[in-house]
Write a new protein. Structure first.
Length: 364
């Protein structure tokens, strides 16, 4: 028992020690990690420890507080630690590679951990892959077909050099779509697509945003596709905007919607019946899109969200002549052209939507 308490104290001291990086999870950056891998020598959070537990060949985990720690393991942890592991296992992470945080979906976090420790993808051995070759890929993905009824296997081709992504259907001679990397975006959408590897790809065609919903059975494969799209986008941005700094460029490679969900909306005369629609807010494009169904290929409409000094604002009350039957929280989005009225499910959702819209209105 003496050893038990002494070692636990030493371990917790080590977790807080300055200059070790041990006070944040080695994999997702969450503060105050309460677990550790005593095979790699890193401190990790509960979520990441679950992923490590499924990789017993490369990692073994214990709780800092609940498990017994032998003295030799404490010594091992002291000689390694998070900054040591970062220098070794993340030596060559390409600038375009997406490094997941704790709020990201499981498949991203899982593949990041496996890429680092199991496959050694970022060890300091040899050259870093250049984004042009990393942004080239071909293979099959399951794509949601017309009418949202089923997923069909489709051949996809991505070429950073040509600046396009294409996909082919079984029947067609040529590609079904040729997508410019200039407007290409990708984001994981696990709940929406209903698949743990679900990826939403968006691009602009004839001035409209088009959605593709895809997945692959293999977690590695879908994350590799995601990072290949990012490599192609990075290559495009680097070439097109050579003077833009890296920290400014990275967030523009791909992006998630800042908010999405159901609200009810009425028409331009504000006399029409309210209809339930699925809304997506894209802060980079300052665009609020709405769909009949979350998995529709095209939006029914969209609202540009400008800045406050251009006459845009968000209010939590109704315009003067508008009357709503339901006693539900409302949002009025004021634009220079007209006022849009939305009904929210509850107060919390109203708050969240107002905060998200205000963030876009106040961004430069």
């Amino acid at each position: 028992p003496m050893d038990y308490d002494r070692n636990k104290a030493l371990l917790l001291e080590l977790q807080r020690a300055a200059g070790t990086g041990n006070d944040r999870c080695a994999d997702c950056g969450d503060p105050d990690p309460q677990w550790a891998s005593y095979k790699i020598g890193i401190f990790i959070c509960l979520n990441c420890s679950g992923i490590h537990r499924n990789l017993p060949e490369i990692s073994r985990v214990k709780s800092l507080r609940l498990d017994f720690w032998e003295s030799n393991l404490i010594e091992f942890m002291r000689n390694h630690g998070n900054l040591w592991a970062k220098a070794k296992y993340e030596a060559k992470v390409p600038p375009y590679y997406y490094i997941p945080k704790s709020h990201d979906c499981m498949v991203l976090r899982q593949q990041w951990i496996r890429a680092k420790y199991e496959r050694g993808e970022f060890l300091d051995t040899g050259a870093c892959q250049d984004p042009c070759s990393a942004g080239s890929r071909e293979g099959c993905l399951w794509k949601l077909g017309k009418g949202r009824r089923q997923f069909q296997k489709r051949q996809f081709l991505l070429s950073a050099r040509e600046g396009v992504m294409k996909y082919y259907s079984k029947e067609s001679k040529g590609p079904k779509a040729v997508i410019s990397i200039e407007t290409l975006n990708a984001m994981f959408q696990v709940e929406k697509i209903g698949h743990s590897h679900g990826l939403q790809i968006t691009y602009i065609t004839d001035g409209q945003t088009r959605n593709l919903f895809v997945y692959h059975e293999s977690g590695k494969e879908i994350v590799d596709w995601f990072n290949a799209i990012r490599a192609a986008r990075y290559h495009y941005l680097r070439t097109t905007f050579p003077n833009v700094s890296e920290p400014e460029l990275i967030p523009r490679i791909t992006r998630n919607f800042v908010k999405e969900g159901y609200m009810e909306k009425t028409g331009p005369k504000q006399k029409e019946a309210f209809k339930v629609r699925w809304f997506c807010l894209d802060s980079q494009e300052r665009n609020l899109m709405y769909f009949k169904n979350p998995l529709d290929a095209f939006a029914q409409g969209q609202v540009f969200i400008g800045r406050r000094d251009e006459g845009y604002e968000v209010r939590d009350d109704l315009p003067q002549k508008v009357w709503v039957k339901k006693k539900k929280p409302v949002i009025t989005l004021v634009t220079p052209v007209r006022e849009f009225v939305f009904i929210c499910e509850n107060d919390r959702k109203q708050r969240e939507w107002m905060d998200a819209l205000n963030r876009v209105i106040t961004q430069p």
